[in-house]
Design a protein around this ligand. Sequence first.
Ligand SMILES: Cc1ncc(COP(=O)(O)O)c(C=O)c1O
Length: 360
Amino acid sequence: MENHIINLTRGVPPAEVFPIQEIQACLETALARDGGQILTYNFVPGYAPLRQIVAERMGVPLEQIFTGNGSLEIVNFLSAIFLGSGDTAFTESPTYDRANTLFKRTGANIVGIPMEADGVDLNALEDALKKQTPKLFYTITDFHNPLGTVTSLEKRQQVARWAEEYEFLVIEDSPYRLLRYQGQDLPTLYSFAPERVVHLCSVSKLLAPGLRVGWAMGSPQIIGKLIKWGIDSTLASPSPTQAIVYEYMRQGLFDINIERLKAVYAPRLVALAASIDQHMPSVIYPKPEGGFFIGLTLPAGNDMDTLMKNAAAVGLKITDGRAFFTNPADGERFLRIPFCTLPPDEIETAVQRLAGIIHH
Ligand SMILES: Cc1ncc(COP(=O)(O)O)c(C=O)c1O
């Protein structure tokens, strides 16, 4: 283990959790049953049986579901549809760095609203809303990337109220929602303002990211805009993978797989939290109840350039915490630790190495 480099940058499922044989069987069943449809151009908004089964799971009509090439493609479409040069988008700070990149690409002005342990800072959001109305607010309500936090019920309700009052779109990006290892689910933000919120989910963290299957749930108006944009952008949906996911859900395997994943990931979260508490007691972090990440704030005296240099020297690959923040300087002491990819013994070694290079 001494010279082995431990990679703390990857928020992806480990290869051993992919149910390869089940996926292979689902593809065969799908092709045998519906191959002609699956192999032709399958029009946006996606393979209809998958949309139907997702709609049933989410409790909405079929017209309210749009499937995409992963949920990030849907974020890309929404940002292209709703944002232009000179518009404003609000995001959480920190947030998922790739979403931020997509918003920036449109030429929009990005305002980062600080996060607290129970979601976005409502005072800061209110102040920002008084200054300008954004076209959209991007929020990760369940097991945040990179913080691991869950937005409280009160905050969900308040954001929904403001979305209606100020008339902006909320993108509720929720790929980790079903990976809860403790505690109780909260209602989606979507449920409080279904006309104003588009809720995104994906099989990337629940089955396999290589399938590139994600979906949006939203009002028929928003889904209609996505369909138009999607047809012009991609012509057709990649239906073989969507048909695999349909078959996987139809056979009841999807929920079984989620339980299997929780059994793998929950002990890794426990192991990471225990190692941090033991070796780095001066570090602050909100304790996650699910998802993929713990977000650490290191004590004063640490800085990212030194940390990255020293991490490389002790065989750790870490993500530059500044990348998650609207104002990069705010991430000078921030570290995202993904725990799902690593076996518990590597987690312990990684934290020991980290403890050896930070200022406590
Ligand atoms: C918050 C968030 N949204 C979206 C994605 C991308 O998901 P997909 O693979 O469905 O495009 C990720 C992946 O890490 C994520 O953390």
